[in-house]
Design a protein around this ligand. Sequence first.
Ligand code: TPP
Ligand code: MG
Length: 721
Amino acid sequence: MAVQTRVKVAKTEASKNEKYGGLGRDTLIRLYRTMYLSRKLDDREIQLKRQNKIYFQISSAGHEAVTAVMGLLLRPGVDWVYPYYRDRALCLMLGVTPLEMLLQAVGAKDDPSSGGRQMPSHFGHPRFNIPSKSSCTGTQFVHAVGAAEATLYYEQHPKALAQAKKAPLGELAKYGADEIVYVSSGDGATSEGEFWESLNAACIKKLPLLYLVEDNGYAISVPVEVQTAGASIAKLVKSFPGLHVAEVDGTDPMESYLVCQEAVNYCRERRGPALIHAKVTRPYSHSLSDDEKLYKSPDEREGEAHRDPLSKYALFLVREGLLDQKQIEAIEAQVEHEVRQAADQALAAEPPAVESIYDNMYSPDVDPTSAAFAAEPHLHGAQKTMVEMVSATLNDEMSRDERITVFGEDVADASREENLKEVKGKGGVFKATAGLQRKYGSTRVFNTPLAEASIVGRAIGMATRGLKPVPEIQFFDYIWPAMMQIRDELCTLRWRSNGSFKCPMVIRVAIGGYLTGGAIYHSQSGESIFTHTPGMRVVMPSTALDVAGLLRTAIRCDDPVMFLEHKHLYRQPYNRSEYPGPDFTIPFGKGRVVKEGTDVSIVTYGAFVHRAEVAAAQLQREGISAEILDLRSLSPYDWDGICATVRKTHRVIVAYEDMLSWGYGAELAARIADELFGELDGPVKRIAATDTFCAYQPKLEDAILPQSDAVVAAVKQLLEY
Ligand SMILES: Cc1ncc(C[n+]2csc(CCOP(=O)(O)OP(=O)(O)O)c2C)c(N)n1
Ligand SMILES: [Mg+2]
């Protein structure tokens, strides 16, 4: 209700005061107060940093006018807000308090943004729909796209909203009729690929997404003409279809109000995305770790000082007779008192308990390793290959849960729906998503532009708002553009917001070699890079039955999951299974003993499981009994299962397809040597690929990727100890 009143007030005032950009006296004064409060909070933090009472500072100085204005136009708790670190005035206007900001600066337990985990000005607040911002420049653009996609999705799928409300953190699953999504950045961050990927997606989908580019002329020391061709981002983006583009002096609150209001309305009316390019200043250097005198001339700095929004605006208010000098001083004294009180309170605040460091690494609500996920298969129907099992499982889960969206490169049957009457449909380069668009429609299953960072980033935005995205990365070899989205965003969101936000999803990735001709760019492994990233679950099934059980657990889990589907295994006859039913799940972290044995243990996963079986059969013929443990899930992994097999055979080989050095087996070998040393009758051996890439010529591929005979040789060597 309060929100609606704000908007009405602004409109009424507008009719009375056209000359002030439509703003009435009270609002004009409120703007000054917020801008001054923002500046004083920066000043206080700078002082505290110099006293070593806080540990980092980055200011919003010079950006206060346009951001405070934006705070007037956005609806707190209705619109979704992806601000960057110079949006203090916006956050204050939305309702974040000075105390909350200073609690983050001191790293307090009660810092609502992060519980002492993130630097100050890394805003985040569940009540105001501000998902915690990371330090990465530009990553937020694609999250905002995903959030705006969620707006349109909830409009069309009310059942998904109802289901999202019932899930953990369901209070974040909300939808307002004309809500919009706001995202901001500096001029420098517009050079990031995600900026361009996001604009492309936002214009393709006509999303209600408002961009504010706060151009202070520099990205640390790099001036805008070196950053942006032609030195104007507005000029560059003008040809994006349907994008409303406006330029404004962001140091002028009234001009900013008119320009921002038009853009906000454009988005609210669902006419498409809008971008405002606001020229602002940066009087305090980049951060407290920077000294702009090293690269800005004295003239330049003086020119900027004349454009300072705060002093200009105070002068304006007095000149217009809206406030006299005394009244200005009274407001300033009041603000300074408020900041002093907040700082005193923040300095007395308790730090987080050291034991809390593991909190919110993973979901506290759903434990995918628990017995709740141990279900019996009800096998029926024809034998299915692994890839058929992927689509069968997705199909069942999508009919159960309308929050699930499936997207990526080529995953749809046919983007041109009219063609579906005449064609069979693509459904993925491996057919893993075949038929899903036809059955569930193009809002739930769709092709994206060829842009991996935004595939994952958009999923993050959707998942933050309660959807359950299941994006596909077509080949593991091409996951790298999404690396920062995965490692710095996806895996950190729950932890860095101390549990206020989350983005559970399943990233399906086709991985692995043994393809005969797959070469460097269609054969890569690299799972240890992701198991080395906390916050995510990594699973890698080797049979069709395990695909069904683990993919379902992945979807029902409340954490981000990387689901690695080995391409070589997709259509093998030896790992097929009948369908185990719509409720079959397998807990994460539980391996499967593929073959019992007594002389040696082979711990493995993925495509190497079958190679280990071939080796074990040969060893058996020679009177050697090998036990094979298929880990199935790599993070978490089945340590109990490893202990049990090592205690049984006292000899262990860790075998995996990736390159030997720094690979997944290094961690297992180290832990076994450390914790099971007393059980071992020989060294822990590793079998893996050579420390090279995988070559195209089959003879080279055979030499590079590990084969069964390597297992046989290693076992014989081990038995000699
Ligand atoms: C991906 C990434 N690269 C580099 C940095 C280091 N960095 C932090 S801010 C910044 C400059 C940003 O400039 P701009 O976007 O113009 O924003 P401004 O600070 O000027 O408001 C850089 C290079 C980062 N945080 N993230
Ligand atoms: Mg800048």
